[in-house]
Design a protein around this ligand. Structure first.
Ligand code: NAD
Length: 445
């Protein structure tokens, strides 16, 4: 049988593409070597959020006196949190399988290797069977990057995020190398469960790609809470749990290394003329590579390593392959992102720093989240921050950056404004329900 589309990798990009194409009646074969759902469902977004929610319950129970509640003898069971996480993941994976369960979609469990390609046919090998397809979509994702630091390889004290998520016991103490998104989410998890945490970040600040005024609010809270955050600090070597950085030695039971992820190109060696840039597959706005019938979506494209970017890329590609009108493209300028610290950080669009670098004349508006009544009612002792970046010439909303719970839940409203190019006068006409924290987006205009 010749398939219309072969997809390697069943993460958010792969399973979205498989579902859309097969439900439109196209024969699709999807190869996945682990569980469908990819990094996001199995060893990324969902398991971390499940554990973080457990940690937040414990943290809130032990910090409730400010709301007039005192709970004694509050205990947590980390193994039980892990068990619940596993059940959440299992249910979601089963849901994805269900979505792919139709006569046009063949799910193959195994590691796929591209054997050959012409402009009309791609041949793939998996589990000693050969598959042929007119088109190939590469959604092989990314893997944790291991930096070339002496003592890091084969060190039993070193964890990557997958090891940390699998551990059924908490470490007595932890050093986190890399104060990016993964690093700060795990710092939150361990800190809220009482584990001493040290974060070592090479750059002058943690979360370097985010609005730095927003990050400063988090930094201030976390430092006061006792998280040891070292910036402009370069790790020189490791010896078990001993980390030498900027000439000082720090020690913990475990060292979590979270310094970024790299595109996974395994099994694609036969595509030796596939164009790459810094180890990621180069794609155009429609996910097309330099090879006519080869496409790529998700982390492997090295664009923005987020699950919702991957699934949107897949939607756009399948729309194009099926010649659906109008042709869509991704609005990379309006991709929201969230960091699940406590408080959460949510942002969309350009930051004040980026506007300055790009010499875009902007007006920057700022409000503490306490301008929202609901925020005041539910976030004792927090101030939060909302910043809006506005085009100084046409008054369109270019970016929104927030810290304060639960901003992850309404950043989509700001994304909508940025995506549609709303001016402040247009956005001002949107009614937000009262009392909700989302009203901050109305207040700031
Ligand atoms: P990242 O790029 O967000 O952060 C890596 C950090 O490590 C950077 O701050 C960098 O300066 C620092 N660093 C690099 N080398 C270092 C060294 N030798 N010593 C100390 N610090 C060093 O990468 P990540 O946190 O590993 O996350 C990987 C990807 O997964 C990112 O694209 C991220 O957006 C994505 N992710 C997203 C979410 C979310 O959306 N909530 C959650 C987790 C991961």
């Amino acid at each position: 049988m010749k398939y219309f589309l072969a997809i390697i990798g069943g993460g958010p990009a792969g399973y979205t593409a498989a579902e859309k194409a097969s439900k439109a009646g196209k024969d699709v074969v999807l190869f996945e070597q682990n569980a469908v759902g990819g990094t996001c469902l199995n060893v990324g977004c969902i398991p971390t959020k499940s554990l973080l929610y457990g940690a937040k319950q414990y943290y809130n129970a032990t910090h409730a006196a400010k709301y007039g509640v005192t709970a004694e003898n509050v205990v947590f069971d980390y193994a039980a949190m892990q068990k619940r996480k596993t059940i959440v993941v299992r249910k979601l994976v089963a849901g994805i399988k269900q979505r792919l369960n139709n006569e046009h979609c063949t799910l193959v469990s195994g590691s796929a290797t591209v054997l050959s390609r012409t402009d009309k046919l791609v041949t793939i090998r998996c589990n000693e069977e050969t598959y042929e397809a007119e088109n190939l979509l590469i959604c092989t994702g990314s893997t944790n990057f291991v930096p070339p630091i002496p003592g890091i390889k084969d060190n039993p004290a070193v964890w990557d995020s997958t090891d940390a998520l699998a551990a059924t016991e908490l470490p007595a103490s932890i050093i986190i190398v890399g104060g990016g998104v993964i690093g700060m989410e795990f710092a939150t998890l361990y800190h809220e469960l009482g584990v001493p945490v040290t974060v070592i970040e090479a750059m002058p600040t943690i979360l370097p790609n985010l609005d730095q005024e927003v990050v400063a609010v988090l930094l201030d809270k976390y430092k006061k809470a006792g998280i040891n955050i070292l910036t402009s600090t370069k790790v020189e070597s490791l010896d078990g749990g001993k980390v030498t950085a900027n000439g000082e030695v720090y020690e913990a039971e475990k060292v979590l290394v979270s310094v970024g992820r790299r595109a996974n190109l395994q099994g694609l060696e036969a595509l030796n003329d596939l164009e790459l840039n810094r180890g990621a597959i180069v794609v155009d706005d429609f996910m097309k590579t330099n090879l006519p019938n080869v496409f790529a979506a998700g982390d492997v494209t090295g664009k923005i390593m987020l699950a919702h970017v991957a699934s949107r890329q897949a939607e756009v590609l399948i729309g194009r392959l099926l010649k659906q009108i109008p042709l869509q493209r991704i609005a990379y300028n309006a991709i929201p992102s969230v960091v699940y610290t406590n408080p959460e950080i949510a942002s969309v669009g350009i930051t004040e720093q980026q506007a300055e670098e790009m010499s875009v004349p902007t007006e920057v508006r700022k409000l503490p989240m306490t301008f929202s009544g609901r925020f005041m009612a539910e976030n004792e002792g927090e101030t939060g921050l909302c910043k809006m970046i506005i085009d100084a010439k046409n008054h369109s909303v270019l970016g929104v950056h927030m810290i304060g719970n639960p901003c992850s839940e309404f950043i989509a409203a700001a994304s909508f404004a940025v995506r549609m190019g709303y001016t402040t006068a247009e956005f001002q006409q949107v009614v937000f329900p009262h009392p909700t924290v989302s009203e901050i987006l109305h207040e700031i205009i």
